[in-house]
Design a protein around this ligand. Sequence first.
Ligand code: SAM
Length: 357
Amino acid sequence: MLAINKIHRINALEGLKQLPDESIDCVMTSPPYWSMRDYGIKPTKWSDGSKSVLGLEHEIRDYVNHLLSIFEQVKRVLKKSGTVWVNLGDVYAGSWGNYAPNGVVSNRRATGKHKKWLRQGIVNPQFRPPSSRKQLVRNKSLSLIPEQFVLGMAQQGWILRNRIVWHKPNHMPSSVKDRFTNSWEHLFLFSKSKKYYFDLDSVREPHLSLKKNMINLTSSPKIRVSHHPTGKRLPPKPGDPQAFHPKGKNPGDCWDISTRSFKSVMKGKGNGQGDGNETGDAHFAVYPEQLCERPIKAGCPRGGIILDPFMGSGTTAVVAKKLGRSFIGLELNPEYVKMARQRLRHRAPSRGQSAAA
Ligand SMILES: C[S@@+](CC[C@H](N)C(=O)[O-])C[C@H]1O[C@@H](n2cnc3c(N)ncnc32)[C@H](O)[C@@H]1O
């Protein structure tokens, strides 16, 4: 068993294999997206016999299968009551220009943005565009990577409980002229069993002001509202599904959460508030702490263990600790392990000071 409340410098697949069956309460993670970034890590030896870095496979199909082999292990280590939350992005087929317009780019041959990106480590010099024969979709189409992953998960026996839209109010403007800018990403909620831990009350939100509701809702004959003429809320009538829940409303499956720059994350500024940068610093994809809060509060009991097999800069661990949960982090890049440990030391309160969930 890997020690809890630690970030382990280990390959996700190897780390998972060291965890006992049904020992984890919740998994919150964002795996490397396909063909997006070179995290400078060593290749994994996969059960299909191939050796490649997750996210830098030549074919999308291989990437999805490798990711699924990791989630097969996640399924083994997850308790029956567990929940799994996965943030995963897509890519436009044929838009491989960010990587290597003509196959391998060397520092010597690269020009312009590629030269700069190579220096920053955000392009993969080994990248070769995938063979169009093996693509599911035509060039210019979204590749449907999240959909392929979800279908594979369903075949593994996972129950897809939510397909949450993480909408980024501060998404980057884009120069495209023949489609809309991408302003959201998927966050999937899976369970292993039909019955699982889910504390909806811990994440309920205040209802809209009753005055507003009275105008909007009373005009709709379908919606019955339990209210007092003075505007004071009354408890819902038993059996009335339309009535307000006294503890607040279900937040729904579309979440507005701004991204933050990696610099502000490391400085511990704010909490999930955006500053206009799409995915954190140029070379590092950090998700906002706010994105982890609802999953951890609702999907993991207090004192439970949260696993992030792709811990990166440590966001999941920081939020877990803040909310009085334990964590296990797996991360292969030694620099990120160092950053995550440093961030945990500086950001998260000690156990005694844990914020209420
Ligand atoms: C999208 S980032 C995660 C970012 C993280 N959510 C955060 O907020 O900082 C994916 C991370 O997975 C790591 N990674 C990629 N392949 C891995 C593997 N096979 N085992 C462990 N970590 C891996 C990368 O180094 C990177 O830090």
